[in-house]
Design a protein around this ligand. Structure first.
Ligand code: AMP
Ligand code: ZN
Length: 126
C-alpha cells in the first residue's frame, strides 16, 4: 500500500481518528503528515501526552515491516517532544514511554498510541 493510501485510512468510529481529524478537540503538541501528538485528558504526570500515527492501526500487534520507518520516526521524535513539553534532562530527569497493547496490556483506545510521561515527581500515578 502506498503512503498516500495508508494516510487516507481512518476508522470513522475511532476516538483518536476523530481527534486527528479535529472532530473532537484536543490540545495539540505536534503534527506532521504522518504523526499527531496531544495531551492525555487524564494525565498521570506533569507531562503526559500521546503520540499517534495518523494511519489507523488498532495496536502494536498489527504492525509489520511496512510500518518500521513510521514507528522509528515516532521513537526519534519522543525525546524531542518530551523536552519541549517540560520533561527534565537525562539522566536525573527523563521520561517514560508506554504502549499498552490489547486488553491484557491495559489498552483502552484501539488506535496505536505511545504515552510519553515525565516532569517533576511525585506523579499522580506511576
Ligand atoms: P490506553 O489505556 O493506553 O488505551 O490509553 C488511552 C488514553 O487515552 C488514556 O490515558 C486516556 O486518558 C486517554 N484519552 C481518552 N480520551 C481522550 C481524549 N478525548 N483526549 C485525550 N486523551 C484521551
Ligand atoms: Zn483510529
Amino acid at each position: 500500500m502506498s503512503t498516500a493510501a495508508n494516510l487516507a485510512h481512518r476508522d470513522p468510529n475511532c476516538l483518536f481518528c476523530k481527534i486527528i481529524a479535529g472532530q473532537i478537540p484536543s490540545t495539540k503538541v505536534y503534527e506532521d503528515d504522518e504523526i499527531f501528538a496531544f495531551h492525555d485528558i487524564h494525565p498521570w504526570a506533569p507531562v503526559h501526552f500521546l503520540m499517534v500515527p495518523k494511519l489507523h492501526l488498532p495496536s502494536l500487534a498489527q504492525v509489520d515491516d511496512t510500518h518500521a520507518t513510521l514507528l522509528g520516526r515516532m521513537m526519534v521524535l519522543a525525546p524531542r517532544l518530551a523536552m519541549a513539553q517540560g520533561c527534565l534532562p537525562y539522566p536525573d530527569g527523563g521520561f517514560r514511554v508506554v504502549t499498552n497493547t490489547g486488553k491484557g496490556g491495559g489498552q483502552e483506545v484501539h488506535h496505536l498510541h505511545i504515552h510519553v510521561m515525565g516532569g517533576p515527581r511525585p506523579w499522580l500515578r506511576g
